[in-house]
Write a protein of this length. Sequence first.
Length: 631
Amino acid sequence: MNSSEFPSNNIQTLAFSIELLDHCEIRMALPEGVAVSANQRLLLEYLIRDTLMQEQITIERAHHERWLGGLRELTSSLDLNNLLFKILENSLKVIPAASNALFMMIDPDTRKWVSKAQIGFTDSIYQITSDIEEGITGTVYREGKGKIYEDNTPVFEEIIRTLSLENVRIFAESSHYSGFAKRTIAVPVTMKEDRIGVLLVYQYKDTKLLNESDLIKLQGFADQAAIAISNARMVNELVETNGYLVIRNEIHNLFTQLSMDSRSLPEMIQAVEKNIGLPTCFVDLTKQEWYPVQHNVPFTASELDQTLGKNLAPVILDSDRQIPYYIFPVHNGPLLAGCFVVQLKRPLRPLDHDILEQGSAVVMLQLVNTYSMTEMIYRRRRDFFEELIQYREPAELSDKIQRFGLSSQKSMFVCLLHLAENVQDLKESNVIMQRFIALIEKELSGESVLLFSSHEKVTILLQAQQVRSQQQLVRKLKNLVKQSVTSRLPLLYGGIGGMYSGLEHVARSHEEASRTLLFLRKSQRTGIMQYEEIGINRLFLQQDMEEIESYIHDVLSPLRSYKYQAEELELTLRVYMENNRSMSLTAEQLHIHPNTLYTRLRKLEEILALDLNDSEDWMKVYLACHLSKIY
């Protein structure tokens, strides 16, 4: 009641200023004539103060009960979503003048603000996504200090202008009240240096306005909430980690069981695909084989091999289908054996990488077991081939050869292949040979052959019914040279022996193939050659290299030690011999006049002390030039 409401006549008033309940002032009306002494006035004031103090204590006790109750609820919840809702719910209990609350956090993927919990709004509030610097949330987050914002003030309007029109529309439509809140308190939720988010409460009703006391309360509550959120996060991370480890252990047990059960490679690949949940296949780069056979990968095995090279790190390849592929190498130490190819219809999860890691281990083990079995087969074939070379038990050999898919009635010939480059690392050498053999088996698929390898050499016993069939097989073998280049394999030497009928002639064909291989290696000619293509060089294959070099030196050393134009004269001699002593062809090839050629030839005869028109002298020089070119 205002002082003007008290009558000025016949009434006396007593006024007390009480610093409780927001500094209220109390006035009392007393009838005229009632005398109040100073002691009575003081006693009355004390009684009033005591009554109001009791009321204030009751209010504060209720407030602290709400505060402590809110904290107890926070510490009792470890579910993050439920915890965020409780934070808002208790914020409104601590500050009853507010009607709406919102908890904003930054999405780690988009780096934008998103609503994580709300009270007093519709679910459309969750559609808001704003930049880090945008609005009240961005301002408080950036400055790290809580503030009170009042509607229709310059500061508020300036901040609102930073909001996008779409976010303003969503915010307005999601509230149960029209317009913006009369007052808003926003405080940062921070745990040490970790800025977790921003807590906002809104006052829409015409009640006591939010004040600095409410700001302090909300900030204190937010600080406690930050601890609870951090605890909940840690527990959730532990739960997730534990769940992840449990699943990972289950995956490990699955692949271990597949390996112990000796499941096939296709079954292992199928298990990898099932657990990842994405289209997955595997390519054995050694044999250039796909699992499963029916696949839709837009890359060939050779293309993947060339892409990876010696790189053992996973890569992502784009395709015409606009869906990228994840290429995961499977290797034995530093050596690439194959790779998983995963169609990325979605990003890979950490667990997917673990599945590929564990899957690759059992797949590599399966491949190694396969290689070991192949070595055992090759050992049996090699032992049988040695028996054929020795040819001691003809009847037994005729029976044995049928077990290896060959017939003693058909003609046979031997091919020996040897890598032209020495590979120092044994594992790398084995991988190269495995790839090379896979290439041979693919080229000779369907043919009657006995094939095995030893170190850097491959031995092949082939059968053919007639010469034409043999020529077709030879063409296939020579085609291997081209394929080895495109497959990034080292160059090779290859010797092919003659084709003979009868098991007793296998040793002869093998000896001819060995001599051809020796000739290619001595002359450093890569490629594949048949024994009959060696020609006159057969005569020198078994000759000692020192003796051949001595012969070349004896014939050509006078020319090579000549002081003037020695290289020019030797070149003239070689071209003259290669053109079968044709003056015109030699002069044309050397781009000189015939008279100049004639002069050089006479000079050569003088230096070498021979007559090029003498058949014996000509043969001696021709043979020296030929051998120096070959050896």
